[in-house]
Design a protein around this ligand. Structure first.
Ligand code: TMP
Ligand code: ASP
Length: 253
């Protein structure tokens, strides 16, 4: 990894300079954080699983005409992506109530919402990624009204795709978060899905048992996070054949 110039290190990923202009290499770490990194742990194998899962979702979206930053997977932990200018907003789509929506509005977790609801949070760790309105976004210049319309359209298309993928394997998509980036194709500017799509950024419940298969397992201490992500990857048929989540080797006397 030292051969490449590090551009940025986040909580779960590192970005390196890509092999050609306009590209980056996105490296998935094993670090898990929650509550704005107040809770931290290294989860063996999480990076490998999220690299594969994000590849699966992003390449599927590319194939149905929803543009993403994903170009190709390079190895177990890295993928080649398009360099984008990230819009400083987290776009959350909620299909069923959970998490902060349930806390804010007192709606029981799991309740089907009248329609998918799109929310925006400002990407600012120091402020704890606060919920912001479209008025705030346009007034403070984080994105234009036109960008917002495009972001909502992208988010709802991602929702239809992800909900369908999950339903097919017995998993209910409760909510998810995407990030959106700006790219220029010649003189034309457009918005594409960026960052990652993985169980780190979704809520996924087993339809039969209600078992949680996402980062809430870590946030709420519900069990082994890598086991949950492995189950999602296994059901989607994207588990690399040469990797299984096995316990660390232990010394035998
Ligand atoms: P919330 O209920 O905590 O607001 O989260 C809604 C969805 O957005 C959930 O699937 C988790 C995801 N999310 C992230 O991926 N990153 C974040 O920083 C936050 C706050 C939520
Ligand atoms: N991703 C955020 C953090 O690392 C919040 C979360 O997912 O709960 O703190």
């Amino acid at each position: 990894m030292s051969r490449r110039k590090k551009i940025y290190e986040g909580k779960a990923k590192i970005m390196y300079e890509g092999p050609e202009p306009g590209t980056l290499v996105q490296y998935f770490k094993d670090d898990a954080t929650a509550f704005n990194a107040k809770k931290k742990e290294v989860i063996d194998g999480k990076g490998v699983l999220n690299n594969r899962l994000s590849e699966f979702f992003m390449s599927g979206l590319n194939q149905i005409g929803v543009p993403t930053h994903f170009i190709r997977r390079i190895n177990m932990r890295e993928q080649l992506i398009r360099l984008v200018e990230i819009i400083p907003l987290e776009v959350v789509v909620r299909i069923h109530a959970a998490g902060t929506l349930s806390e804010r509005l007192g709606i029981e977790e799991g309740t089907l919402l009248p329609r998918p609801i799109v929310e925006f949070c400002l990407k600012d760790d120091a402020l704890g990624d606060p919920l912001v309105s479209e008025e705030h976004i346009v007034a403070f210049g984080w994105a234009s009204q036109h960008d917002l319309d495009d972001m909502i359209a992208l988010a709802l298309r991602v929702n239809d795709f992800l909900s369908g993928c999950m339903l097919a394997v017995g998993i209910r998509l409760i909510d998810f978060k995407i990030e959106v980036g700006r790219v220029w194709d010649g003189d034309f500017q457009r918005l594409i899905v960026a960052d990652e799509i993985s169980p780190d950024s979704c809520r996924l419940w087993d339809i039969e048992s209600g078992q949680k298969l996402d980062k809430d397992v870590f946030r709420r201490d519900l069990g082994d996070l890598a086991d949950a992500y492995t189950e999602v990857a296994r059901r989607l048929g994207v588990l690399p054949s040469n990797v299984t989540h096995t316990p660390k080797p232990t010394l035998v006397n």
